[in-house]
Design a protein around this ligand. Structure first.
Ligand SMILES: [Zn+2]
Length: 289
């Protein structure tokens, strides 16, 4: 199979990614390895069906420049969800003093850069669960997060509570966000979803999983750093009181939240207690989940 199509040019990025739309159920067999080369503003794309009857080799359209291989998560609409077995993690089974610090949502450049700066000063790498429509407006900021060594994952497209949505709407939230994140960062994001506000029931988890999501990462220890009804001290105490080995600690990138004020103190306290920090992906590998 071979075609070419005009691609979306991603500003301020030397890689250009073209996404296939829509990812329907029938695309399950597609090896979403797409070779892309941008030449004079025109993108040429080739894609192979590994399960195609003739097992034809992909015809890769390349002119002079080396192509960029973009490995996609294989998310696709799938209404056959009843047999799906979600892997939901809200704490890692580990006895060492290790925790995962996670940040949810989306914010201005100023807020995100302040958070990144604090993390850099402390030498800590985290997992960020980003909202698709926010990243779509400012993809360069998502790349900045990645380039600082953090892991990027999926927090839905528009942040609705997933259990109230139809199967199609739930899967669209995660698939669309996966596409936006891939386009923004030039590579597949980590294939985990955090449901907005932590709202989840078993059937919703199955519907998310049926779309091809590997893990659902729950909130774990919630700092409530978004909550204007709390004081900075109360936010700190929620983390200090809740943390234990293997905890997933959740904070936010949101403008006008407690986060930037409380984060240095929380990190210093955790480090003082002997805690070390991993990303979700590192902890999944370490615990064999
Ligand atoms: Zn959120």
């Amino acid at each position: 199979m071979r075609w070419s199509m005009p691609g979306k040019m991603v500003p301020n990025i030397d890689k250009t990614v073209v996404l296939l739309h829509p990812r329907e159920k029938g695309c399950d067999g597609i090896r979403k390895l797409i070779w892309v080369t941008a030449i004079s503003g025109v993108l040429l794309v080739a894609c192979c069906h590994k399960d195609s009857p003739d097992q034809a080799e992909p015809e890769v359209v390349v002119e002079h420049d080396e192509p960029i291989a973009v490995e996609f998560n294989q998310l696709a609409f799938n209404d056959d969800f009843q047999e799906a077995e979600p892997k939901i993690i809200d704490r890692f089974p580990i006895e060492d003093k290790k925790v995962v610090l996670t940040f949810d949502d989306w914010a201005s450049d100023e807020t995100v850069n302040e958070v990144l700066s604090i993390l850099r000063e402390h030498g800590i790498r985290c997992t960020f669960f980003l909202i698709g429509e926010g990243v779509e407006r400012n993809p360069g900021l998502a790349r900045t997060i990645l380039e600082d060594g953090h892991e990027i994952a999926n927090h839905s497209y528009s942040h609705p509570e997933l259990p109230g949505l139809s199967l199609r709407e739930i899967q669209e939230q995660v698939i669309r966000t996966d596409e936006v994140l891939t386009e923004a960062i030039g590579e597949a994001p980590a294939n985990y979803v955090r449901p907005p506000r932590g709202k989840l029931d078993h059937e919703t988890a199955q519907k998310v999983t049926a779309a091809g999501v590997d893990y659902i990462i729950q909130v774990g220890v919630s700092s409530d750093d978004w909550n204007p009804a709390l004081t900075d001290q109360e936010v700190c105490e929620r983390v200090m009181d809740g943390v234990q080995p293997g905890s997933i600690i959740t904070m936010h990138i949101l403008d006008n939240a407690h986060t930037v004020r409380v984060l240095p103190g929380i990190l210093d306290w955790l480090i003082g207690q002997g805690y070390e920090f991993s990303t979700v992906g590192e902890m999944i590998s370490e615990t064999g989940l």
